[in-house]
Design a protein. Structure first.
Length: 288
């Protein structure tokens, strides 16, 4: 019941479905206040010992089940996005922040759509702006939308995985979608849905997992994957080489080699499983 209440409160406040589900799942387990009330009831003789043991058992059960509940966020979000009543409520609560006026929409042609405006997005946006390239930001931070619009940058409050939000960002006229969110499930969902509607569109996606990177690359050559930790290691290696007197050209070549070997290694690990074994057998049979 607590989880449902939290979900409703967050949705009514105007936050996206994923945020509401995350809050609800995170707060679904029993809280410390229950132990305080139970202890007081036990001390005052209002609660029998068996009743207090039930509270403890319930706490252990809810704590154990909570990680499983968190794993249901993505499938639940997918199902809830198809609920017209919920989508209408979210659009109403987003208000003017969830839309762009006609003038702003008309100006979006061959532009970039930046999904998320955290630490990474705030580096990408100004780089585009410096060269005069048009872009629109989709973020779930209301304050960020206000700040961007004050600077004359089109910004939309909402979930980039939502089809109507992407349409508002003029996905059909975009040149590139830049996914900077740190949530791998959210990032993959954004790319899969936008790619399904516009397969010829280019994507650059942030990820932190070899598994996610492989799944994203499987969508085609139009999807460029940036592995956060891997790129950090490559840049640190390049800097270290330069400090030891290695030329910029050689340091860059070594860095590219490191990047290529890391990608090849991740693909090899992926193909070493049962699925990869079957693919190789099938290839041999078909080729023979």
């Amino acid at each position: 019941m607590k989880a449902i209440t939290k979900f409703v409160v967050v949705v009514v406040a105007g936050y996206p479905t994923r945020v509401a589900l995350t809050v609800a799942a995170g707060l679904a387990q029993i809280g410390e206040f229950s132990f305080i009330v139970g202890t007081m009831g036990l001390a005052l003789g209002l609660l029998p010992e068996d009743g207090f043991q039930l509270i403890v058992a319930g706490a252990l059960l809810s704590i154990t089940l909570n990680p499983l509940l968190l794993r249901t966020i993505e499938p639940l979000e997918t199902r809830l996005r198809g609920t017209p009543a919920l989508e209408n409520l979210l659009r109403r609560r987003a208000g003017a922040l969830g839309t762009l006026d006609e003038g702003a929409r008309e100006g979006l042609r061959l532009h970039a759509i930046v999904c998320g405006y955290g630490r990474v997005g705030r580096m990408v946006g100004p780089a585009l702006e410096r060269r005069g390239f048009r872009y629109v930001v989709i973020t779930q931070q209301r304050d960020e939308v206000d700040r961007l619009r004050a600077r004359g940058i089109p910004a939309i409050f909402g979930d980039a995985a939502n089809q109507e939000v992407m349409e508002m960002a003029q996905l059909q006229h975009a040149r590139l979608v830049i996914v900077t969110t740190s949530d791998p499930n959210e990032g993959r969902l954004i790319v899969e849905r936008a790619h399904a509607r516009h397969p010829g569109l280019d994507f650059v996606v942030r990820t932190h997992s070899d598994t996610e990177a492989a799944r994203l690359r499987a969508l085609g050559s139009k999807v460029q994957v940036v592995h956060g930790e891997r790129e950090l290691g490559v840049q640190m290696a390049r800097y270290a080489l330069r400090r030891f007197g290695v030329s910029a050209t050689e340091a860059e070549a070594i860095a590219q080699g490191l990047r290529g070997r890391a990608v090849a290694g991740s693909l090899a690990r992926r193909d070493s499983g049962m699925g990869g074994w079957l693919v190789r057998i099938w290839a041999r049979v078909g080729g023979g």
